[in-house]
Design a binder for this molecule. Structure first.
Ligand SMILES: O=C(O)c1cc(C(=O)O)oc(=O)c1
Length: 310
């Protein structure tokens, strides 16, 4: 049955709803594992979608997210502000506050944000801001504005999450390498995985990480990046073969600077909605040893989001 969007909204045509019958993963997550990239959507009646949004999703509430966390065996979440909420962080903040310390957040803020607002976000559990360069998701924000935000949030000990596509890295290189904080790249900088893993496109991304030890990557979203499949559906435990070499290269080369997340509720997928249980079964293909899994799923996210517990 199609999931609703509440309030005065209609879903984007062709919207794929998140899947509510996820399998129990065959892979047992290490104790204390963190899903370091997920979102909440609305509910629209309580937390309206932003007027400037580029898509309208189905609702995906904090209760739905916390149920998924428990079902998959994660201990904690990092909730990343979704672009459909613009710079209105209320839904994400509400989820962080309701999590009993089990969620941290990444916000979107404008240059006009006050110090008091930043402090309130910090108290709710926010530890970073997201800068988005994907043109289908956001309107352009001038880099000098972003740099001003970066220098303000650096003082709070926060980091910056960046989302961009591989073909835009050359143009963004100087901006990224001048940021004053830890920088976390969403979804491996969205490589074209039909190109060779040691070809110029992905090598540029590896070079970015090799030359700048403040740059981290989420080795997430095989379901978005895969061209070959098979899809994580109907018990498939060998999904997204073509993404494995890319993610594994980052995990093995930079074991202390990688994070993993489900990306639930998977905004804007066009041809299938993965079973999140089967997505968890992707992890041992990209982090084949218990030590790499511990770093990817526990030690690294804890260092970034809960340093006081490390
Ligand atoms: O590729 C996407 O469509 C996408 C969108 C968003 C968002 O709208 O925030 O976040 C993601 O991590 C990925």
């Amino acid at each position: 049955m199609s999931k609703p969007v509440s309030g005065d909204f209609s879903k984007t045509a062709g919207w794929l709803d998140w899947f509510d019958g996820p399998a129990k993963p065959a892979f047992t997550l290490p104790a204390g594992a963190v899903d370091a990239h997920c979102h909440v959507f609305g509910p629209g009646a309580e937390f309206p979608y932003a007027p400037e949004r580029k898509y309208t999703p189905c609702d995906a509430s904090k209760a739905d997210l916390f149920a998924l966390r428990d079902h998959l065996g994660f201990a904690r979440n990092v909730i990343v502000q979704a672009t459909c909420h613009g710079a209105d962080n209320r839904a994400m903040v509400d989820a962080c506050r309701a999590s009993n310390g089990k969620a941290r957040g990444v916000a979107t803020v404008k240059r006009s944000v006050t110090d008091e607002e930043l402090q309130t976000l910090h108290e709710a559990g926010v530890r970073g801001v997201r800068f988005n360069f994907v043109k289908r998701l956001v309107d352009f924000t001038p880099k000098d504005e972003l740099m001003e935000i970066a220098s303000r949030i650096a003082k709070l000990g926060w980091h910056i999450v960046v989302y961009f596509e591989a073909q835009d890295l050359p143009e963004l290189w100087d901006f990224f390498t001048n940021l004053p904080t830890t920088v976390v790249v969403d979804h491996m900088g969205r490589p074209d995985v039909s190109l060779p893993v040691d070809g110029p496109q992905f090598e540029l991304f590896v070079k970015l990480m090799r030359e700048h030890d403040n740059i981290w990557s989420k080795v997430s979203c095989p379901e978005r990046l895969s061209v070959s499949g098979p899809k994580a559906l109907a018990g498939e435990r060998h999904a997204y073969h073509d993404v494995i070499p890319f993610a594994r290269k980052l995990v093995e080369t930079f074991p202390e600077r990688v994070l993993w997340g489900t990306d639930w509720p998977h905004p804007n997928l066009k041809d299938h909605m993965p079973d999140d249980g089967l997505l968890v079964d992707f992890i041992p293909h990209i982090a084949p040893t218990a030590e790499l899994q511990q770093q990817l799923l526990v030690n690294n996210p804890m260092r970034l989001y809960w340093p006081e517990e490390c």
